[in-house]
Design a protein around this ligand. Sequence first.
Ligand SMILES: Nc1ncnc2c1ncn2[C@@H]1O[C@H](COP(=O)(O)OP(=O)(O)O)[C@@H](O)[C@H]1O
Ligand SMILES: [Mg+2]
Length: 403
Amino acid sequence: MAQTLSQPPMPKRRASEAPSIDTMLEEYLSKLEQKVLTQTMQLQAITDNASSCLFLIDDLGRATFMNPSAQRITGYALEEIHDQPLHRVLHPKHADGEPADRCWISLALEKFRLVRDREDVFYRKDGTAFPASCSVAPLEREGHPWGAVLEFQDITQRKELERQKDDFIGVASHELKTPVTSMKTYTQVLQRQFQQRGDIKAVESLTKINAQIERLSALISDLLDVTRIQTGNLSFQTEEFSLVTLIEEITETMQLTTDRHHLEVDLSGQSSVRADRDRTGQVLINLISNAIKYSPHSDRIIIRAQSGASEVMVSVQDFGIGIPAEKQDQVFERFSRISGPRMETFPGLGLGLYISAQIIRRLGGRIWVDSAEGQGSTFYFTLPLATTATVKRPADATGKEEG
Ligand SMILES: Nc1ncnc2c1ncn2[C@@H]1O[C@H](COP(=O)(O)OP(=O)(O)O)[C@@H](O)[C@H]1O
Ligand SMILES: [Mg+2]
């Protein structure tokens, strides 16, 4: 768009008929007019035919332009909405019906933040909701914000496919659970029988089979947890317990799973928390097993716990492969596995950190990572101390406060 207008080109004429200033100016203006017309037509062709909804927003968040797709999908005409902030029109409440005071549009305007492909729920004129994937680009002129461009697509179909996939994962993992449980029982029975007969070779083989069944059963249980999280059915049994004691117990068990690594603990004070003990243990197991898995060439893993005034902070540090800075945000997402030439050898579904993050958020804590590629990673989480703890509802734990 930002084409510079150069000096008017001198028309070719014979020396005898030198043009007057007026004629030159007229020619220049006519060319300028043609240029503006062409550009306007191009712009209109693009916005008219774009399948995305496009809005231009002024510095007060009001729409000053919307394309035909935006009219078709929202049901509004520009005249109906141009005098109020677009956020209030499209995003008056969150998906759960709670009033929304901010969304990606307001964030872009207030914080001048570029937002790309964020999912949200928008509302049509008839009051019905639809899922949208939106991008907002703040606009500036000479260093001053003057509005934003909002672009979004209705992603109802994509969401429906995602729902079908989630349903399938839920049903499949549920169906897999029963045969695996009975395989486990029969293996244990056989193991006992062979032990009584003194058949050491058979016992050894069965121990190996058992270990593989345990792995399979852990994968299924992760898939079931994901389904529970998606459907808001991850249940929590809260009790008061010592986090330090839990860390000691889990470290001891995890130490048995590795010959190479030495798990060091550095725990200060007795931190009493009010949370779900098993779920907290699950987070610790996930973090420690990752630390073991992703540090095949080093032997130190340090687990620390430190209490502050209102919360306790736990960290698991390894000196392994680390995570590239630009990928660190992704590791807590569902099915997220960092790819790379060195990563193919590590098995996994990319669910452990997603489940851990959901658990910690529900327990009122925070989780994050600090890592340098090739040097190692430290995963941190906090939990409120027993005196301050409350377990959040699933809806509160989805990161809604950002949107
Ligand atoms: N301690 C770690 N060091 C390096 N990378 C890690 C570490 N923990 C997790 N990751 C990266 O984050 C991804 C997600 O972890 P997770 O959810 O536990 O899934 P999984 O271990 O099954 O792949 C992993 O695939 C890996 O790329
Ligand atoms: Mg893992």
